[in-house]
Design a protein around this ligand. Structure first.
Ligand SMILES: C[S@@+](CC[C@H](N)C(=O)[O-])C[C@H]1O[C@@H](n2cnc3c(N)ncnc32)[C@H](O)[C@@H]1O
Length: 479
């Protein structure tokens, strides 16, 4: 343990689309807030990067950006540097440092950043380390810069405090490394649940959480459950803490959390009327949807865009359909308050247009007989993004060579993701698809017959249907 944080097993690679420049840009446009210009040179920093998959993918797909990935885990940083060097990614700097060391570094050590992101960190570190993160943000974020901050919240995780306490204390008495200890302690918790422990009767959601938590990778589970300073926060505490670091709350990087019409039970919505204080309003929302995790966006200074500029920012966003997107009809969104229907009259024309190729929001705004109200257009766009139907797309494909080299590594490691230069994100892939992709990356001229001879019939179908799409997205070179 280092200051109460797990340090004997490494956190496995994870990808969070919400930390990418493309996603931050699209959500800021939706919120009507000024985002950094990600087409011009910019500086992005992740605090507590773990394996650094987000930094690797973002660096490979955003040649205008400079990416700094920081973690105290020397092994993770060494592997990250090795991956970046192997993939020829030169706009990524991986730094081994603790947060207190960063906050106290000489001012000239870090040029200011346009974006600082942190995921899976703030609720799991000591108060002193958290203060250091905020000090670092205060001194290192440019005016107008964005922060993405992920953390556990009340009330959704209030009841989990008791089970975390048990797991952490019991794990300390178990043999093995943290991954083995946490598994033994989670097994005890399951036995308690099966024996009818009252906590699980009073809070049935904890029964579901236990089940899904136990399916996680044991190393990830150790990082989630064993930190000594594990703590959900009230959103108001976090908004106040960021205000102390000179940052104002913008909204969530999870779009439905910004759209009361889909994010809150209907009868709770009127209760927000007249609540002017942002922290109070966000607390009402967290209670209304029993929020467990938050992905907050903050900005240093800045002002909301005037309505005309907000509209312009939205209209100039370009979107592409993601593989498997429906080509028309309605949609169902699986939100925090249950399934929400997306009307075919609203979404059908948008889906049909996206099926033909990338579209600007301006193009999408002209498809309905009665023009959509700007707020409705905005909500529809944000829900298409969140529902993994569409993604922001670059107007011009960035040079894809670094992403191809990175994809060779990702496919060989079986990471489950491939970098997608046209979108500035990853696409999830199966182990089988990763095998096909690796064969193409190693031998771009490989034919359908050769793929089929090596992998069987499924590779032939993949070659026909998926390979051209992946080439267009810059995931793979053309044959
Ligand atoms: C749960 S992992 C999250 C990794 C990555 N952000 C992700 O979401 O996939 C948290 C990371 O924070 C790092 N960390 C924890 N305390 C730290 C500290 N005081 N200074 C620097 N890094 C720290 C850990 O080493 C670990 O890699």
């Amino acid at each position: 343990m280092t200051d109460g944080y797990v340090s004997d097993v490494a956190y496995p690679p994870q990808f969070h689309r919400e930390m990418t420049p493309a996603w931050l840009d699209a959500v800021a446009r939706g919120l009507g807030q000024p985002a950094p210009d990600f087409a011009a040179p910019f500086r992005w920093c992740e605090l507590g990067c773990g394996a650094g998959l987000n930094a690797l993918v973002s660096a490979a797909t955003n040649p205008a950006g400079h990416f700094t990935a920081i973690d105290m885990d020397a092994g993770q940083i060494e592997r990250l540097r090795h991956s970046a060097a192997t993939a020829g990614i030169r706009n990524l700097e991986a730094i081994q440092a603790g947060f207190e060391e960063l906050a106290d570094a000489p001012a000239e050590r870090f040029a200011p950043f346009d974006v600082i992101v942190t995921h899976g960190v703030l609720s799991w570190i000591s108060p002193a380390q958290r203060q250091a993160v905020l000090r670092f943000i205060q001194r290192s974020l440019k005016p107008g810069g964005l922060v993405y901050a992920h953390y556990m919240t009340h009330p959704g995780l209030s009841a989990a405090a008791a089970t975390q306490q048990l797991v952490r204390r019991h794990a300390a008495t178990q043999p093995g490394d943290s991954a083995q200890k946490v598994q033994a302690s989670m097994a005890l918790l399951s036995r308690l649940e099966q024996a009818g422990a009252g906590l699980f009767t009073a809070y049935p959601q904890e029964r579901h959480r236990l089940k899904s938590t136990r399916q996680q990778n044991p190393a990830a589970l150790a990082h989630e459950m064993l930190p000594a300073h594990w703590e959900p926060f009230h959103v108001a505490e976090m908004i106040d803490a960021f205000a102390g670091a000179g940052c104002r709350y913008l909204g969530s990087a999870t779009p439905p959390d910004n759209i009361d019409a889909v994010g809150l039970p209907a009868a709770t919505r009127p209760l927000l009327a007249g609540v002017a204080d942002t922290a109070t309003a966000e607390t009402i929302r967290d209670i209304a949807r029993n929020q467990s995790l938050r992905r907050d966006l903050y900005q240093r200074g800045g002002q909301p865009l005037p309505p005309a500029q907000h509209m312009q920012a939205l209209l100039s966003l370009a979107l592409a359909a993601l593989p498997g997107a429906p080509r028309g009809g309605g949609l169902t969104f699986d939100t925090a308050i249950g399934p929400v229907k997306g009307d075919a009259a609203l979404f059908g024309p948008l889906l049909a247009a996206l099926a033909k190729g990338p579209q600007t929001v301006e193009g999408l705004s002209r498809l309905h007989d009665t023009p959509l109200h700007p707020a409705m257009l905005n909500q529809a766009v944000q829900m298409l993004l969140w529902g993994q139907v569409a993604h922001p797309v670059s107007r011009r494909l960035p040079p894809p060579q670094a992403a191809w080299a990175l994809n060779k590594l990702l496919a060989a490691e079986g990471s489950g993701w491939l970098a997608t230069p046209a979108l500035g994100t990853t696409l999830p892939v199966t182990a089988e698809e990763a095998g096909f992709a690796l064969a193409v990356l190693e031998e771009p001229g490989i034919t359908r017959d050769a793929l089929a001879a090596r992998f069987g019939k499924a590779a032939s179908a993949w070659h026909e249907k998926t390979r051209p799409h992946w080439v267009a997205l810059g995931i793979l070179p053309a044959g």
